[in-house]
Design a protein around this ligand. Structure first.
Ligand code: ATP
Ligand code: MG
Length: 401
């Protein structure tokens, strides 16, 4: 193949096309710009964290083009940035049609399998002396002619390979592979929240869902030893580590509250069927205090309607009443277990969450499913709730994972 001057014989994937948009794209101008700026900062933090040198970053509306030597790692790490909808390792060239067509042939030569079908698709923004269709036609024909011996076929409806050409003003990017991101809003675009993280399947997913909407999170784990074993805390911290992969550059602090003594007190309170409600109300109260300390804006839990005996709608109202200054958000409220598990697998917390740990041995055989607020308040009457909160906060540990 004849290469025009300036081209190296060694064609290299040297760029990553990062797409965002979706919900971000339909925001008003000011919000969209603010979000895009934040997204770019978050992406740079990821590159720095993984020591990925970048040669150039071009930020355009709806796209960020990164020139780097390590395209595969860059693309895959950036799909863990909220806001990114997809990323493609690409070859950069000028927007000159000859350049594009020649590079397209080179990419096809490297990536296409013999005898495969392919399509060329072009996306173009800017002023150019050709149309997107011209590019598809020219590149497609040149691939067929120059790679004649490879027995390639064009198939526009169901191709085995799609060669993407994205032309943006003076540059063009040619790619085959697109890695999917999860979209959402850039982390930090919403306020901070306290996430009650148990190490179980549900709370991990709940936490991730609010992160996806832009909230930075502070996980809070209640250690109910001796009513559980050491495995519980290890699980919770491992889940937190996994979640923090989605928040590179943000604090990685986890609160650990010793809750065993509180729970022991509740076990001694009548009626016994209220133990879980009393325990959870205390968790909320402590979470509220931590939210105050951390200047967070809400409390997140993994509760879903009816998922556990303690999670009937009637009980949830009784739980809510324990906190007055902060809302308790439950992203999984309407999820069924399969939906939650599917997400847990996708975000890689599932395997950690199903690790064996001793279940709570303080749970009563028949927990209340229709707790009445007046009964709960009566049961709490004799307790020094404020003292329990104070002590728990004073003894709380903050660990960086
Ligand atoms: P998960 O799967 O998140 O453990 P679950 O279905 O087992 O939830 P519960 O044990 O009733 O349900 O807990 C409901 C929610 O309360 C959890 O999703 C979590 O947000 C919070 N929670 C429960 N136990 C703890 C704990 N030890 N530390 C922190 N939060 C907890
Ligand atoms: Mg649980």
């Amino acid at each position: 193949m004849k290469l025009s001057t300036g081209w190296s014989n060694q064609m290299k994937f040297d760029s990553v096309v990062v797409r965002f948009g979706g919900e971000m794209g339909i925001k008003g101008e000011w919000t969209r710009r603010t979000y895009e700026k934040l997204l770019l900062e978050n992406m740079k933090k990821v590159l720095e964290h993984h020591n990925i040198p970048r040669i150039k970053i071009i930020h355009k509306r709806g796209r960020i083009y990164i020139k780097t030597e390590n395209v595969q790692e860059t693309a895959s790490k950036l799909t863990l940035v909220f806001g990114v909808s997809s990323a493609s390792p690409a070859v950069e060239t000028t927007s000159d049609m000859n350049d594009i067509v020649h590079r397209a042939v080179e990419v096809a030569d490297i990536k296409f399998k013999n005898g495969c079908s392919f399509a060329v698709r072009c996306h173009r923004v800017g002023k150019h002396p050709y149309s997107s269709m011209d590019i598809c036609r020219e590149a497609g024909n040149k691939i067929l002619v120059d790679l004649k011996s490879r027995d390639l076929k064009v198939n526009l409806t169901n191709p085995m390979f799609t060669l993407g050409v994205e032309i943006r003003d003076d540059y063009a990017y040619i790619f085959i592979e697109t890695l999917r991101g999860v979209g959402g809003f850039p982390l930090g675009s919403q306020a901070k929240v306290i996430c009650l993280l148990s190490g179980g399947i549900d709370s991990a997913v709940a936490c991730w869902l609010v992160m996806k909407r832009g909230c930075s999170v502070i996980p809070l784990f209640f250690d109910i030893a001796p009513f559980t074993d050491e495995a519980a805390i290890a699980k919770a911290l491992d889940v937190a580590r996994e979640l923090f992969k989605w928040s590179v550059g943000f604090p990685r602090r986890v609160y650990i509250v010793q809750h065993g003594r509180n729970l022991e007190t509740f076990v001694g309170v009548n009626p016994r069927k209220l133990t879980c409600i009393l325990c959870k109300r205390m968790m909320y109260r402590i979470a509220e205090r931590i939210a105050e300390i951390e200047k967070a804006e809400g409390i997140i839990t993994g509760e879903a309607i009816g998922e556990q005996a303690s999670q009937t709608l009637i009980n949830l109202r009784v739980l809510n009443e324990a906190v007055t200054n902060y809302p308790v958000h439950r992203p999984l409220l309407g999820f069924n277990k399969l939906e939650t598990e599917k997400l847990a697998k996708k975000i890689s917390t599932f395997e950690i969450s199903i690790r064996k740990a001793k279940g709570c041995s303080a749970a009563p055989g028949k927990p209340a499913t229709k707790a009445r607020l007046e009964n709960v308040k009566k049961a709490e009457q004799e307790l020094d709730l404020e003292g329990m909160v104070e002590e728990s906060i004073a003894e709380a540990k903050i660990v960086t994972v």
